[in-house]
Design a protein around this ligand. Structure first.
Ligand code: 5AD
Ligand code: SF4
Length: 448
């Protein structure tokens, strides 16, 4: 029937929601298209975590609405995701030709929404809005498989939506609403269904996965969920994101001893190395407690590789505070990180701290220093892998060279090595011959 184009900005949650949108609209006969010009429905799935990604929406919408205006068939233009939730009606007022605005909680209802907003007449607009939050009792997770993830090597599976934390810089609690855990039986069933299509690696996703299940009587905890997913035959690797250092309990750490399928990589956002800043961020852990968690993880899984997120220039961050972030980076030896300058977000508690705002050039200089040091650490860690053999799950052809395939180690490092496309989906032993800042080069391991 029709064609749908979805542009995705932002995090793994949006990637997952886009997959669900495709799966659900597919039931009404909509096929995905790569070209906006061909589309009958254009959806932009937006991110508002920082100011920069939010700005992308406006240039994208300009283009999409131009297409709607110039086609002689009806085109429905929709804004989804966190900016949709946050701005709601304001978007419809600002863009009079926009057909539909729906928040993350409305994704399961996308079929009805698209049909309600659609029109038979070219260029006509009805303007439909759905930014309702659903809670534990009313939220229904869509369990339809994203057609794009079927048969892929890796797939995301959502285990929870929303967040009940109140980190003072973060807009997520107001755009994604209260935390709701998806029933674990449904998660396990989705994992099984994905494995049946050929998926080998499952990434469990949520805003704060460690608190999974705690608010539902009789539900599995996050650690128990890891064991249940590990029991699914055909799953080779399990990853998860994002976890909160405060909630990294002994049961999850124990899973690193017990579950070989749980990979040796953990993304554990620390945000800052200064306990004073962490307190103002309301992260509810100190530098010392974070280092203690890291020690326990390394004890449970000696080859574990950690990555993290940093915010620099949070209001009130002094030179000394920032130095503590720099030393933490070295002590933990994060092998990669995402780092951002603090970005003011509407209606977040940190706005109250703005009288201590860090000047832009100071924040920028700190960011550059942090990123330069991170690149050094990443490169050194990767160079040190030369000579080792790693099991690599092959994901696809290399983007650059013919006859070269690309996969990942358990520790989440990208490895390019000479191989063939029939290795995709298989785990092969690879000798690492060189390490660079963001990837490794290898050759097939030879057996005597
Ligand atoms: N400013 C800068 N970075 C932010 N993040 C979240 N909110 C903000 C903000 N207001 C970063 C955090 C988080 C990551 C997903 O985005 O580091 O872990
Ligand atoms: Fe935002 Fe904190 Fe929730 Fe993560 S845990 S989504 S940073 S409020």
């Amino acid at each position: 029937m029709g064609k749908v184009f979805v542009q995705t900005f932002g995090c793994q949650m949006n990637v997952y929601d886009t997959g669900k949108i495709h799966a659900l609209l597919g039931k009404d006969g909509y096929e995905p298209t790569e070209s906006m010009d061909d589309a009958d429905v254009i959806i932009v799935n937006t991110c508002s975590i920082r100011e920069k990604p939010e700005l992308k929406l406006h240039s994208f919408l300009g283009e999409a609405l131009k297409i709607k205006r110039t086609q002689d068939r009806p085109v429905t233009v929709a804004v989804a995701g966190c900016v949709a939730q946050q701005e709601g009606d304001k978007l419809l007022k600002r863009y009079r030709e926009l057909d539909l605005v729906f928040g993350p909680d409305a994704v399961p209802r996308v079929r009805d929404l698209v049909s309600a907003a659609g029109s038979e007449v070219p260029r006509a607009t009805k303007q439909v809005l759905d930014t309702q939050f659903l809670d534990l009792d009313t939220y229904v997770f869509a369990s339809d498989l994203d057609p794009a993830s079927e048969g892929q090597v890796g797939a995301f599976v959502t285990i929870q939506k929303g967040c009940d934390n109140k980190c003072t810089f973060c807009i997520v609690p107001s755009t994604r609403g209260p935390e709701v855990s998806r029933p674990s039986d449904q998660i396990v069933a989705e994992v099984q269904a994905l494995v049946d299509t050929g998926v080998r690696e499952i990434t469990l996703i949520g805003q704060n996965v460690n608190s999974y299940g705690l608010k539902v009587a009789g539900e599995r905890t996050f650690a128990q969920l890891l064991y249940a997913v590990s029991d699914v035959k055909g799953v080779e690797r399990i990853r998860y994101t994002t976890s909160h250092p405060r909630d990294m309990g002994p049961d999850v750490i124990q899973a690193y001893r017990d579950l070989p399928k749980l990979t040796s990589h953990l993304h554990l956002p620390v945000q800052s190395g200064s306990s004073r800043v962490l307190r103002r961020m309301k992260r509810f852990y100190t530098r010392e407690r974070f280092l203690d968690v890291v020690e326990q993880l390394k004890d449970a899984r000696p080859d574990i590789v950690l990555s993290t997120d940093f915010i620099v220039g949070f209001p009130g961050e002094s030179d000394e505070d920032f130095e503590e972030t720099m030393t933490l980076l070295d002590i933990v030896g994060f092998e990669s990180s995402f780092s951002f300058k603090y970005s003011q977000r509407p209606d977040t508690p940190a706005l109250r701290l703005l009288k201590h705002e860090v000047p832009h050039d100071v924040a920028q200089a700190r960011l550059m220093r942090l990123q330069a040091r991170q690149r050094e650490i990443s490169r050194q860690a990767n160079e040190a892998l030369a000579g080792q053999t790693h099991a690599v799950l092959v994901e696809g052809p290399s983007r650059y060279d013919e006859g070269v395939v690309c996969g990942r180690t358990s520790t989440f490092k990208i490895v390019n090595f000479p191989g063939s496309l029939d290795q995709i989906g298989h785990t092969v032993d690879v000798s690492i011959i060189a390490g660079f800042t963001n990837s490794l080069r290898g050759e097939p391991a030879l057996f005597a």
